[in-house]
Design a protein around this ligand. Sequence first.
Ligand SMILES: O=C([O-])CC(=O)C(=O)O
Ligand SMILES: [Mg+2]
Length: 625
Amino acid sequence: MLRSKVLIQGVMPTMKGALELQYMVRSCGVVRMLCAPNAGCGQIVPKRRVSSTGKSSSKGHKDLVCNTRIRGIDITRDPKLNKGMAFTLKERQVMGLQGLLPPAIIPQDQQVYRTMQNFYRRENDLDRYIYLTALQERNEKLFYRVLTENVELMMPVVYTPTVGLACQKFGLIYRKPRGLYITEHDKGHIYSILCNWPETDVKAIVVTDGDRILGLGDLGAYGMGIPVGKLSLYTALGGIKPHQCLPILVDVGTNNPDLLDDPLYIGLKQRRTRGDTFYDLLDEFMEAVVRRYGQTCLVQFEDFGNQDAFTLLERYRNRYCTFNDDIQGTAAVAVAGVLASLRITKTRLSDNVFLFQGAGEASIGIANLIVMAMMEEGTSREQALEKIFLVDSKGLITKDRPSGGITEHKAPFAKNMQHIGDLGQIVKAVKPTALIGAAAIANVFTEDIIRDMGSFNERPIIFALSNPTSSAECTAEEAYRYTEGRCVFASGSPFDPVTVDGRTFFPGQGNNAYIFPGVALATIACGIRHISDEVFLKSAEYLAAMVDNEHLAEGRVYPPLSDIQKVSTEIATKLAEYAYKKGNLCAHYPEPKDKEAFIKSHQYSTDYESFLPDIYDWPGHESQL
Ligand SMILES: O=C([O-])CC(=O)C(=O)O
Ligand SMILES: [Mg+2]
């Protein structure tokens, strides 16, 4: 192989450093200056990360982000490589970018400023969603920098509630393919479709079939917005590297008549295929994931229909590395909120009586985790089940309910009492200490119901968990106002602070976003093979312990959203400690001593990589030149 020293010619006088730049050229003429002598093909080895403030940062690993043969305009078209106008003069010269960019060199800090200006100029959240999506597709590092620095402002845009609207309008706002679409016609070829995905280092997949998108129902292929949004939070909150994340939509049709008639619909125009054909397709999918990405590739199931969600979780939980966010993630965040509430109500968990409006994925998931937590307190399973009441579309779940419809998941909670249909009457009969809504029936917590909760309890717990905001069981304002500010409130979608009688309350957002990024980060870092319910109970306990007394005094049962990245890292660290202590949970050994440093070493950095490391810093460079 011919290697020679090359001097860059014809650069501006200010770039004296560039004139001295030496790099290697292969006989074929392809510039190799980005590869360290021992690096694998295409691997950037930056000398160090330089943050926008000019400080070196040790956060994050070096990433396999760049095919070094990409040059010129193609670099600016690759969101993983593109830095916009932040490319330095040296980089522009060496990488064939001169003339393709305006002459100004604009560092990332200034790009952030410009991005924020553009963000604020948009008139509504859907436009802001479209703007941020375009940024993500143009300059990934900049997108994650603005998102991580403005979580409170932007999470409601890239995630709940706006992502719900974005899914509803997906046909209209669709620009570019993001993620993989697998249809039932791909049966027998799913592995080769996974091979079409350009990244080989995928560690986490979020998959949906679009059957129950948030509380909005069947949105079919428009549901792709959900895996995309969830995985944006994997990176923004958990620090999981974007190239390790893969959003997938499994399209087996939709039963939504509006979509079947919609000329903009992007999915298969057919009614949903269910039953064995559907399960066989999912079986092939899971096998293909393992074949392509290995056994420790995490698969998060999201927004599947109720029955399928339970069936698939049972089918795969002990065979693959998987969890269902709507059952287990939501359960953990709700239980965390309840555990924190107990410090306000000054009760034990087992002293409480829970009434769930809804008996679907979320309610059953939460109810089961509460049973586990009560058993940890020393209560028997039978006694714990007695304290939990479920209401579904046919009313209270009782043993000999005339209307039936009691599935195996609801059955353990069925009560030996007379059947009551109306929620208001059920609340009066049961007198719960905690009322939890998760059935996406908007405004079902009426003024009377909320007032009743306030009359039975000094500090009633009221959680309106349904998403998006339009599906919430009541607003934060209603809950606080009708209980004279005495309730402990949380909701699935964000609500603004509420002032009642001169006191301001900060409603907590009991959204699984407090849980899944941390669980995913620990799973990926440690190679946790199977994610047990205990992992979620532990996560709930860790999260509840992060709520300090000042927060509780303001009515918050979760740490402030502005701390959610810290929370995710801490949950991941504690889970790593737990998983290694348990002994057989992890695939990745040897066990790291400092779990926090270990977890952090897996996290993404939003700092731009330097494309021109100083080759003099490469060990052994002298012998290469
Ligand atoms: O996405 C969210 O905001 C929470 C969630 O999983 C759901 O509501 O299905
Ligand atoms: Mg969900």
